[in-house]
Design a protein around this ligand. Structure first.
Ligand code: HEM
Length: 124
């Protein structure tokens, strides 16, 4: 019976988020097209922030106290290609962890909902 459960619960809770984000940043930092954005980043802290954000975005009953996606990525001049690379690493991570495709589809919808804010679209 999964009816009414948040994506956070259905995907496996904090353990699943923790495992995903750890693998995700290994992929991001191994990607020549985007790793330069993280040169001055404390990856341990960033990993913690990303875990908190994803838990919140997937419906965990917890407050997110970090920056909003627009402020967090302002002035980075991110392009659609950068965004797609990061989103692709997220999906690849979830596939690697054998997350069901319908749950991955839900994650993609949530990830795409942040795109305009992250790319600094005028419409946001
Ligand atoms: C679905 C897409 C994305 C999500 C959900 C996301 C999420 C986040 C979060 C939660 C933070 C921390 C905000 C804070 O400081 O409170 C952050 C910061 C950051 N993000 Fe993203 N992000 C995404 C896409 C991207 C992309 C495409 C890039 C570049 C290729 C990127 C590069 C960064 C960098 C460099 C920081 C700052 C790290 C620092 O403080 O040193 N992000 N992001």
């Amino acid at each position: 019976m999964t009816e009414g459960k948040t994506l956070f619960e259905r995907i496996g809770g904090m353990n699943a988020i923790n495992a995903s984000v750890d693998i995700f940043y290994k992929k991001v930092l191994g990607d020549e097209s985007i790793k330069h954005f993280f040169t001055n980043t404390d990856i341990e802290k960033q990993t913690g922030k990303q875990k908190a954000f994803l838990a919140y975005a997937f419906g965990a009953p917890m407050a997110y106290t970090g920056k909003n996606m627009k402020d967090a990525h302002a002035h980075m001049n991110l392009t659609e290609a950068h965004f797609n690379a990061v989103a692709g690493h997220l999906v690849a991570t979830l596939k690697e962890l054998n997350v069901e495709q319908d749950l991955i589809d839900e994650v993609v919808v949530i990830a795409m909902s942040t795109k305009n804010a992250i790319l600094g679209s005028k419409s946001e």
